[in-house]
Design a protein around this ligand. Structure first.
Ligand code: UT7
Length: 319
């Protein structure tokens, strides 16, 4: 028994905000700097009051519609997010309430930009164990809420959005191999080192990053974990039809493709349209390429995440 994706969906809130729009809003930057260093041209910012579960709801409805099933048919809901609506209850439970599903297992996964790959891997284990049959796996973020708009080194990089898949038990493949890793020794290079305590924010509530350290780490581990996953499935890296790496920076994406021996024509790139949406980035790119017809049934797709923790992982699947 395999776990197979039967529906995909995504959602970007509001209108695109271009690099030039950021300059107009007072950020000390330029379209040339952002585009050259990152490949980002625009991002979407959630309207005031809209939360990760709101964005997750839109993406989930689209994925459920493609799968042709009602929310009541889902028995597992996993939401990957680092920007939950509340400290608790989980964003997965809030999404469940909005969908009108009752009784499914529901919980959040916190693995920052690797969150979706972590959540999909967990859902696959539930399904292959036989305990669950139809999972809704979502990455949803409102990173704009944790950006310091005075820090041009980070605020230009991130955006808001959500992506979702329906994963069902099936005799056909299916997820073929997965690999997840973390190394907490590197927790300091990408973090939001704050919390709420006694009614006050303690520490720093904004995203902080050592960009160059993250860059080097990401390039190394994305190539390693892709090879690990291919080895586990017995598929050569060049046998992958489409690579969908975490959408953070075009230079990291290009380096990963090069190390796998894949032409950029076989890499899905959406970072230009929405910046780094953390856990939402991989399902956003997957949904884009499924709906525009590039990804076809039977093709081999490699999904990859990397982010704070530090965390990283990959999922190789036959679509
Ligand atoms: O999920 C993982 C998420 N994180 C990432 O993927 C980020 C990985 N890292 C990167 O993509 C790159 O390190 C950045 C794009 C963040 C930065 O590129 P860099 O080549 O490492 O630049 P830098 O931080 O070394 O800064 C170079 C210069 C500095 O100016 P000086 O000191 O040379 O005069 C910065 O102040 O660029 C300046 N700078 C900017 N200039 C215009 C930094 N941010 C900006 C900006 N606009 N937004």
């Amino acid at each position: 028994m395999f776990a197979r994706i039967t529906g995909v969906g995504s959602y970007l809130p509001g209108q695109p905000v271009s690099n030039d729009d950021l300059v107009l809003r007072g950020v000390d930057t330029s379209d040339e700097w952002i585009a050259t260093r990152t490949g980002i041209r625009a991002r979407h910012l959630a309207e005031s009051g809209r939360t990760s579960s709101d964005l997750a709801l839109e993406a989930s409805r689209r994925a459920l519609s493609m799968a042709g099933i009602d929310a009541s048919g889902i028995d597992l809901i996993i939401v990957a997010t680092s920007t939950p609506d509340f400290i608790f209850p989980s964003t997965a439970c809030l999404l469940q309430g909005k969908l009108g599903n009752r009784g499914a297992t529901a919980f959040d996964v916190q693995a920052v930009c690797s969150g979706f790959v972590y959540a999909l891997t967990i859902a696959e284990k539930f399904i292959r164990s036989g305990s669950h049959h139809r999972a809704l796996v979502v990455g949803a973020e409102v990173f704009s809420r944790i950006l310091d708009w005075r820090d041009r080194g980070t605020c230009v990089l991130f955006g808001d959005g959500a992506g979702a898949v329906v994963l069902e038990a099936d005799e056909r493949p299916g997820i073929l191999a997965t690999a997840l890793h973390a190394d907490g020794a590197h927790h300091g290079i990408l973090s939001v080192p704050g919390n709420v305590c006694g009614g006050q924010v303690t520490g720093d509530p904004f995203l902080r990053m050592d960009g160059q350290a993250v860059f080097k780490f990401a390039v190394r581990v994305l190539a390693e974990v892709a090879h690990e996953c291919c080895d586990a499935a017995g598929v050569p890296p060049t046998g992958v039809d489409w690579l969908i790496p975490h959408q953070a920076n075009i230079r990291i994406i290009e380096a990963t493709a090069r190390k796998m021996g894949l032409e950029m024509e076989r890499v899905i790139v959406t970072v230009d349209r929405h910046g780094n949406t953390s856990a939402a980035s991989v399902p956003l790119a997957l949904d884009t390429a499924v709906r525009d017809g590039r990804i076809q049934r039977g093709q081999k797709i490699m999904l990859e995440g990397v982010g704070g923790g530090f965390t990283w992982g990959a999922v190789l699947l036959e679509f």
